[in-house]
Ligand binder design. Sequence first.
Ligand SMILES: CC(=O)N[C@H]1[C@@H](OP(=O)(O)OP(=O)(O)OC[C@H]2O[C@@H](n3ccc(=O)[nH]c3=O)[C@H](O)[C@@H]2O)O[C@H](CO)[C@@H](O)[C@@H]1O
Ligand SMILES: C=C(OP(=O)(O)O)C(=O)O
Length: 435
Amino acid sequence: MASFKITGGLKLSGEITPQGAKNEALQILCAVLLTSETVTIHKIPNIIDVVKLIDLLGDLGVEVKKLSEESYQFKAENIDLEFFGTKEYTQKAASLRGSIMLLGPLLSRFGKAMIPKPGGDKIGRRRLDTHFIGFEKLGAKFLFDNKSSFYHIDASALKGTYIHLDEASVTGTANIVMAASLAEGKTTIYNAACEPYLQQLCKMLNRMGAKITGIGSNLLHIEGVSELKGTEHTMLPDMIEIGSFIGLAAMTQSEITIKNVGLEHLGIIPDTFKRLGIKMEFRGDDIFIPSQQSYEIETFIDGSIMNIADAIWPGFTPDLISIVLVVATQAKGTVLVHQKMFESRLFFVDKLIDMGAQIILCDPHRATVIGLNRQINLRGISMTSPDIRAGVSLLIAALSADGESTIHNVEQIDRGYQNIDKRLNALGAKIERVD
Ligand SMILES: CC(=O)N[C@H]1[C@@H](OP(=O)(O)OP(=O)(O)OC[C@H]2O[C@@H](n3ccc(=O)[nH]c3=O)[C@H](O)[C@@H]2O)O[C@H](CO)[C@@H](O)[C@@H]1O
Ligand SMILES: C=C(OP(=O)(O)O)C(=O)O
């Protein structure tokens, strides 16, 4: 397990460019299985989860060609379905969340697929019912083998139908859209997730020959086609990285320009950070964040305490709630942070409390943060990163703190942030990676 040794209290400055989006990459990479033709993808982030998924595609028989640092070509012409039965498949597929989206394409193109319980962040229960109920409605048979913890699905043919999802699951919607694209007839998905990465997936599928309408809404119509063609696709900038950099700049009083953010795809993210008092200027497609001695959390119009909660898109993404929480610890004012979706994502506040932050964990979903307004600095401590976003939040806290901090298990951070130590050091941070 690698660790970061962080010297706190340094102001950063300069420009930083976000990586291609992690969660978009996981969807898009699975979609290459839908065609035997070549798919070229640009802005692929070099992060652990994505590297693992590319590796897994290669093991399944996809021809993978690296064109440059961020561009790859994929050709899923000869798929080795025997690979499902190997130990290697079990081990690799179980180590990331995104592998669940191999199911939809494999089911629709080859009539069967199986997967062990997927990994990803341990942030509470992460059910998969939406995926499997959707596949069943399309005509697939589903079996969960308790002994091996494997999910099996198979179908001689998928048939389009009306599906009202019980929840707007992001990866669930992606899976069902991919399966329905090659099903016979028309599928309607209501209560579909509609975040930018799903929109990107649907647009890519349409370029491949799929017939999807309603993109960007929670009502998708998919007219099944018999085959899909190759295409070229470029990933959006990672909105969670962008939010993390906004929080980092505010916490460390740094002047940072975040380049090429894809502003039109950021939804309510910039406004949510503005409600914490963080100033920012939009310069073309860049976000400029000035160095701020202090930032004050707004109250609601009636004077009551601000509440920031996650919600399905176009609401505020749950993946930035931990960042909001850490940024609030040095703001002026009070905020109630409400993580509605995941039930174990706020426990990392213990570490922030050890660092001197004033936080009351009300229950697993809610924490009240009483900002210190820089009257007291956080102090460096030794801690372990529990999940990807808590990990980056702790990194931000450590960069703003007095003294040295150590964060263990930084592989959690590497799952989603490309070379974060090197990129922040280039802005003046002092982060040493120790193996
Ligand atoms: C690989 C990937 O893309 N991971 C993302 C994906 O995970 P993933 O697709 O696994 O997450 P889901 O959208 O399925 O659900 C996330 C959680 O929210 C709950 N839920 C979901 C929808 C809803 O209407 N109500 C509700 O309570 C679910 O029960 C679950 O606990 O979307 C999540 C929600 O944006 C993000 O945190 C993850 O980073
Ligand atoms: C929860 C996350 O990832 P995953 O779904 O891959 O665990 C995340 O990206 O914040």
